[in-house]
Design a protein around this ligand. Structure first.
Ligand SMILES: [Zn+2]
Length: 75
């Protein structure tokens, strides 16, 4: 059966493994986050309906485990 919906794949453009560390030399500025799925520094955009911020490219939210870990915003 190929018609199963994989909830984890819906918001992700890439099949790559998320980054575990920010590459050396990369500066993540104020208000910016490293997206471990896009491998770029991006400003996550606020989704007012959901109350979370999301990567404008892949749509991952700042509540994602890997986003929190790599940006050290675990609470
Ligand atoms: Zn992204």
């Amino acid at each position: 059966m190929d018609d199963q919906i994989n909830l984890f794949s819906i918001n992700r453009n890439k099949d790559k493994e998320p980054d575990k560390v920010i590459p050396e030399g990369v500066k993540v500025g104020r208000g910016m986050l490293w997206c471990p799925y896009c491998s770029i520094v991006v400003k996550f955009t606020k989704d007012k309906q959901l109350g979370v911020s999301k990567c404008p490219f892949c749509g991952i939210s700042d509540r994602d485990y890997n986003v929190k870990i790599i940006n050290k915003i675990w609470k």
